[in-house]
Design a binder for this molecule. Structure first.
Ligand SMILES: O=C(O)c1ccc(O)c(O)c1
Ligand SMILES: [Mg+2]
Length: 643
């Protein structure tokens, strides 16, 4: 499959754009005219530069305001086209995009436009070139791909085809199934873009808010299935006008683009099995079953403090690694690992981020298949030397700074805890805090599993993260919600499996004054900001935690007054929530959510304990503002210091 991306989609100057596009794995580029005009070098030089990167120029664009002009403008547009043909010849490309006319003086008329294209086709063919006609969603007379195709059909010239751009079709709500009646060999080129559903002017929406297929809300898969059903075998290209991308990292945006294309085409192939898609085989999106472990990196002193925190939440020390300075803490199905090694990835992470979460272990259907799909989607495999008695666990670099490991029940990996960890005589007894009976292990606090992991990133990187998770794993993303922090806005969105077995919340920080922004700044980009543990009985857990010496985050009395009024709560029930500092939420179907927080440790890391009742599927977004305000009051208590 030939893949391309328009230079306009990537930030940087033309050189930087090409380097990033080539490194990401594309086979070609669309040279966007303004990128060429801004370049200080002739068309031959640009063509050579593109080919030196191993790329081809798949398209030159756009040529504007061509068809249906009155004289004398009509003759001028043909002269202008000839000049562009000269440039194309020197660039070394044979296809030019002509977008539908937006000029108020254009006359309209399908046959007039067809006659103009027939003549342009004739002139192009004489020079061995071709042209493609694209309907802009805001074109003066042609704004629908069906009309563009009718013009092309009537032009009836082998050098003239139609160009379909998913944005223009889908943003106007045109049924993509209408593409299926166009002959595939009359489609000159395919441009793809997604976009979030926003109610705004089409032109503004198109020029500022497009994003990669899978990052927005348009049905790009339906569009692409229809295209492939026509027998189209040409280039599949991305054309993304996006303000954030223009300012983003060229390398990472280019990889996102390639990832989104491969993910899209793999999905098309699975839904249209009779259609040939020339793409290497890869496993389908991976069924993720949950979070098997979370690993912290720390120095010895801080590891002791972390252990104290874990013990206060009812965790017990359950083992020590056979060959490394790594200990395991357990409760229910939760595995927390603390790594104090002086070498390897965890130590490197410690030096950069301080005490923090450095690795996440996901339980998946098939760990090897997960690595294979991740690789096909340009994720970076991670390996470090396997020590004596250790298993080789498939792993990749996450989108942030951390490593993501994959475990399954199908292989030896299911025995990782028994193979790599040993229970030490002293483990249980030595962790018994003062004041508790020392004659046996402390009972836990009723924590059962990890409900969710919350990762924080700069707002501009959120699309990269959502694409990463949704392309590799069979997950969906929830709508974005705004969370008000006294210092600014946080955008929050969850990635989750349909059954809720894996939940990751992504929090995009716009500045450093927010708790989330402070956390990423102070931890130099550590991503995991909090872990949420599940309990089946939040009140019993709250009591147990108290007995363990856990001090929950204090919530204001005002919050509880409002809560009682808002939900019409029984006053005794509201008092109980208040006494335990438990936050509460209820959904439209009577599902209930209970949340209990730890204070901050260090610069904004914390734990949460939740109970879901009656199928509640959210994350208590309505409570986040009050929790954050409380946490900000408690910032920098005694606790987890930073490197
Ligand atoms: O916004 C535009 O003008 C524009 C130009 C060329 C395209 O291919 C397109 O989709 C939009
Ligand atoms: Mg386009």
């Amino acid at each position: 499959m030939k893949t391309a991306i328009a230079t306009v989609s990537i930030s940087g100057d033309l050189k930087e754009k090409l380097a990033a596009i080539a490194a990401a794995g594309f086979s070609g580029v669309e040279i966007f005219e303004n990128d060429f005009l801004a370049f200080d070098g002739g068309p031959r030089e640009v063509g050579q530069m593109v080919r030196d990167h191993g790329l081809e120029i798949s398209l030159y664009q756009p040529f504007r305001d061509f068809e249906g002009m009155p004289e004398p403008q009509r003759s001028r547009t043909f002269d202008r086209a000839e000049r562009k043909f000269d440039v194309m010849a020197e660039l070394g490309t044979d296809l030019m995009l002509v977008c539908s006319n937006v000029s108020p003086i254009s006359l309209g008329g399908i046959d007039r436009a067809a006659a103009d294209f027939r003549e342009l086709g004739e002139r192009a063919a004489r020079r061995g070139l071709k042209i493609g006609y694209e309907a802009l969603a805001w074109g003066r007379h042609v704004s629908d791909h069906r009309d563009a195709w009718e013009v092309v059909r009537r032009a009836d010239h082998p050098a003239v085809g139609v160009i379909l751009d998913s944005f223009h079709t889908l943003a106007r709500g045109i049924d993509p199934e209408t593409i299926r009646s166009i002959p595939g060999d009359r489609i000159a080129f395919i441009q793809l873009a997604d976009a979030p559903k926003i109610d705004m002017d089409l032109l503004y929406w198109s020029r500022h808010f497009r994003n990669m297929p899978g990052e927005g809300d348009l049905d790009v898969p339906a569009f692409m299935r229809a295209v492939m059903a026509t027998g189209y075998q040409g280039v599949v290209s991305l054309e993304i006008f996006n303000d954030q991308f223009r300012g983003g990292s060229p390398k990472s945006i280019a990889v996102d683009g390639y990832r989104s294309l491969v993910n899209l085409m793999d999905g098309v192939r699975r839904r249209e099995p009779s259609i040939a898609v020339d793409l290497p085989a890869m496993p389908d999106r991976i069924a993720a079953k949950g979070i098997e472990f979370v690993e912290f990196t720390a120095n010895e002193t801080e590891a002791g403090e972390l252990g104290g925190l874990f013990a206060a939440m009812g965790f017990r020390k359950a083992g020590r690694h056979v060959s490394k300075d790594v200990s395991l803490w357990r409760q229910g199905e939760i595995n927390l690992v603390v790594n104090t090694e002086r070498e390897g990835f965890a130590h490197a992470a410690y030096l950069v981020h301080g005490t923090s979460v450095c690795d996440i272990g996901l339980k998946v259907e098939d760990a090897t298949a997960t690595l294979e799909r991740a690789r096909a989607l340009k994720a970076e495999p991670f390996e470090q030397p396997v020590g004596p008695g250790e298993l080789k666990i498939p792993a990749i670099r996450g989108v942030g700074a951390g490593i993501m490991h994959f475990l399954d029940d199908e292989s030896e990996l299911r025995n990782v805890w028994d193979i790599e960890f040993r229970v030490e005589e002293s483990d249980d007894a030595s962790e018994t805090p003062a004041g508790e009976p020392a004659d046996g292990p402390l009972p836990g606090a009723g924590l059962t599993r990890i409900d969710h992991i919350a990762q924080t990133m700069n707002y501009e990187e959120m699309l990269t993260w959502t694409l990463f998770y949704t392309a590799i794993f069979a997950t969906r993303r929830t709508p974005m919600v705004d969370i008000v922090d006294p210092g600014g806005l946080i955008r929050s969105q969850a990635i989750e499996t349909a059954d809720g077995s894996l939940r990751i919340t992504l929090n995009g920080a716009e500045n450093r004054k927010t708790l989330a922004g402070h956390f990423i700044a102070e931890s130099f980009g550590s991503s995991v900001q909090h872990l949420a543990f599940s309990t089946d009985d939040i009140f019993a857990t709250a009591e147990r935690l108290k007995a363990h010496g856990f001090a929950p985050l204090a919530i204001t009395a005002n919050y509880y007054d409002d809560l009682e009024a808002r939900f019409g709560l029984d006053p005794d029930f509201a008092d109980r929530l208040k006494a335990e500092n438990i936050l509460y939420d209820r959904d439209g179907d009577g599902g209930e959510y209970f949340q209990l927080y730890s204070p901050n440790y260090g610069e904004g890391f914390f734990f949460e304990i939740v109970e879901r009742r009656g199928g509640y599927d959210g994350y208590g977004a309505a409570n986040a503002q009050f929790r954050i305000a409380a946490q900000k009051r408690s910032l920098r208590p005694k606790g987890m210091p930073r490197g």
